[in-house]
Design a protein around this ligand. Structure first.
Ligand SMILES: Cc1ncc(COP(=O)(O)O)c(C=O)c1O
Length: 363
């Protein structure tokens, strides 16, 4: 859809990346470290100062301790971390529970490792986790459950009750967890991020995956990290070592410096809440229906009052006819469930958000 947006010159609210640049102070730090000659391979596990800052930030934010030497690894984006974690755990015939709609790299990573995805469906308008359905999906062969909070594409944010339900389900079983928390700093309306690491039962069996791309508006740098208990980190690093070996050195030093100022990520929820509200105010008198996103930088809207056409067709038509690109949510389901929902990314400049909302309101 991004490609179609480029071809047609449409406002691109489809793919999930910011339509504005990062803080120039961050690029200045990269420049500084490049000029200081930090341009050779970083250690396989990440530069020590960045791992230490990540451990400090995690302690300050969630009150949970990770050893920077043995439990923190810097990788080339969350997508690499997801692949490495899945590969470390999944073997031929293992079942992996996937809550869908789901980010598109989970299932290929599972299948490439011979795993079998077992789907649990989340449905609009709330997309809350149906715990009886998750429980029903667990079998003797369940090896792993994939978690994503705040959730792409729906914006759903896990509650404390979700963590408790998951803990109850896994505590007497040999089930591992991957928790994709790349939107950990983007939650709205006073919500706090419920990281799986904050539940002792979950911390011991979870790969927590984060990404600087979403937090600092640098998706093109592809730098992420994985926090996990010692034996899990050891297994994870065996994969990471032979996928990318290590991650861009000057960027790691720059991020370590930049992380020492917590306001750089603490203001992100307010920053994106204002953009979400700008978009919602713009479409409030339209025929689209929505529940405000709880987190992430995506807003799902229902178009049932406008047309009965399939979501994919409508997304293409809106891109071509009114010049607003979105993503049809059916693409995040393995059987393309179509609930007539489009996902709009509001990580865009205010003028793009307002113009897009204005065009959508005319439908
Ligand atoms: C839920 C989710 N996980 C992972 C990623 C990928 O992150 P990265 O760019 O760090 O690989 C994305 C990017 O859109 C995402 O939405």
């Amino acid at each position: 859809m991004s490609q179609l947006a480029t071809e047609t010159g449409a406002l691109n609210l489809s793919q999930g990346f910011p339509g504005f640049d990062c803080d120039p102070a961050l690029t200045a730090l990269v420049d500084e470290h490049m000029r200081a000659g930090r341009n050779q391979y970083a250690p396989m596990t990440g530069v020590p100062v960045l791992r230490e800052r990540l451990a400090q930030k995690t302690m300050a934010q969630y009150g949970v301790s990770y050893n920077p030497e043995t439990e923190v690894t810097v990788v080339s984006g969350a997508t690499e971390a997801i692949f490495a974690a899945v590969t470390a755990i999944v073997q031929q015939g293992d079942e992996v529970i996937v809550l869908e709609p789901a980010y598109d790299s989970y299932v290929p990573a599972i299948e490439l490792n011979g795993g079998i995805p077992v789907y649990v469906t989340l449905t609009p308008p709330n997309y809350a986790v149906d715990w009886s359905a998750v429980e029903a999906a667990v079998t003797e062969r369940t090896q792993l459950i994939m978690v994503n909070t705040p959730h792409n594409p729906t914006g759903y944010c896990w509650t404390r009750d979700d963590l408790n339900q998951l803990a109850r389900l896994v505590q007497d079983r040999d089930i591992w967890l991957i928790s994709d928390e790349v939107y950990e700093h983007i939650l709205f309306d006073g919500r706090t991020h419920q990281s799986l690491m904050t539940h002792p039962v979950l911390r011991e069996r979870t790969f927590i995956i984060g990404s600087f791309g979403k937090t600092f508006h640098i998706t093109g740098w592809k730098i992420g990290y994985c926090l996990a208990p010692v034996p899990m980190t050891a297994a994870f690093r065996k994969i990471h070592q032979y996928v990318t070996f290590s991650t861009a050195t000057p960027m790691q030093y720059a991020l370590a410096d930049y992380l020492s100022e917590p306001s750089h990520y603490q203001q992100l929820s307010a920053f994106y809440q204002r953009k979400r509200d700008l978009f919602l105010a713009g479409i409030t008198n339209s025929r689209f229906r929505f529940i405000p996103a709880q987190g992430s930088f995506f807003q799902c809207v229902s178009y049932d009052a406008i047309t009965t056409e399939p979501d994919y067709n409508l997304a293409v038509r809106l891109t071509k006819e009114i010049g607003v690109a979105s993503i049809p949510v059916s693409v995040f389901y393995h059987q393309q469930n179509d609930y007539h929902i489009l996902r709009f990314c509001f990580a865009k400049t205010d003028d793009v958000i307002q113009e897009a909302a204005e065009r959508l309101s005319k439908l």
